[in-house]
Write a protein that binds this ligand. Structure first.
Ligand code: MLT
Length: 270
């Protein structure tokens, strides 16, 4: 459904019983809510699940004008507006963010820690971009400006997915999401990624139960980043390594992802 929230018409996939525990899924870049389709169908049985399209992605549109600058903080603010509108501003919920979704989840933790009951950080990292990664993003933005999103999709598929998934159904789905993203939006979000804050100092402030998930073949945010996060968060955090998956664990190995998430949620049922 489309929800009008401040300057946005935000697409939100919302399912499940509104009395059940809310669970928010935040997608990565440059994808949309559909990357959570296996989780939405599985977890809607026991939870009130939300998977929005972030600003700049999917079917979410800026209604009046395109804001010049988008940061990870803007994306987090958009989600707070969504939560206020859908659940009220006293609600507590579980947040599951993958990659850019994880960077946004750190921002949410800094902004509304009292509303977060549990956190799932999937295929993400606390550290900011290295100078090399910033350069790569700049060159991706240049290629996209000249040739469109197709200029970067092959390279992205190689770094995002385990080899076994690159040429199958998952590869097709991921290519569709990348290539249907507006090139100007890709440029804006690349800039948001490159300028995101360092969340390293946030890790020890996380006091809620946290599940860190990572694909065993993740090349973008490898296992070492996840191990570091678990250690820095401390004893409220646990790690799940997903076999046969790269950076997009939720799509590449949904049954292992869902099992890890179900087991974690079952530990902290009300
Ligand atoms: C993502 O999946 O959101 C991106 O890989 C994040 C990044 O490039 O840092």
């Amino acid at each position: 459904m489309l929800m009008r929230l401040n300057d946005l018409s935000m697409f939100v996939d919302e399912r499940g019983n509104s009395d059940a525990t809310p669970l928010l899924f935040i997608h990565g870049f440059p994808f949309d809510h559909s990357m959570w389709r296996h989780q939405m169908s599985h977890f809607s049985a026991g939870h009130h699940v939300f998977a929005p399209d972030l600003r700049g992605h999917g079917d979410t549109r800026e209604v009046e004008h395109r804001s010049a600058n988008v940061t990870v903080n803007t994306l987090a603010d958009d989600l707070i507006t969504l939560l206020d509108s859908a659940l009220g501003n006293q609600s507590r919920l579980t947040i599951c963010g993958l990659s850019l979704g994880g960077y946004t989840a750190f921002e949410l933790w800094r902004l509304i820690p009292n509303r977060i009951e549990r956190l799932i950080l999937a295929d993400t990292k606390a550290a900011p971009d290295t100078p090399e990664v910033r350069e790569r993003r700049k060159s991706q933005a240049e290629q996209v400006a000249i040739h469109g999103a197709r200029a970067i999709s092959d390279g992205m598929l190689d770094s995002l997915l385990a080899p076994v998934h690159r040429h199958g159904v998952v590869g097709m789905e991921v290519r569709r999401m990348i290539e249907s993203t507006d090139p100007q939006e890709i440029t804006r979000i690349l800039n948001a990624l490159a300028t995101r804050p360092d969340s390293t100092a946030t890790l020890p402030t996380i006091t809620v139960p946290t599940l860190v998930i990572v694909g065993e073949l993740d090349k973008i945010t490898p296992l070492s980043d996840s191990r570091y996060m678990v250690q820095a968060i401390g004893n409220t955090a646990r790690l799940a390594v997903i076999p046969e998956a790269g950076h997009l664990t939720a799509l590449e190995n949904p049954s292992a992802f869902n099992t890890a998430l179900s087991n974690f949620l079952a530990l902290y049922q009300h």
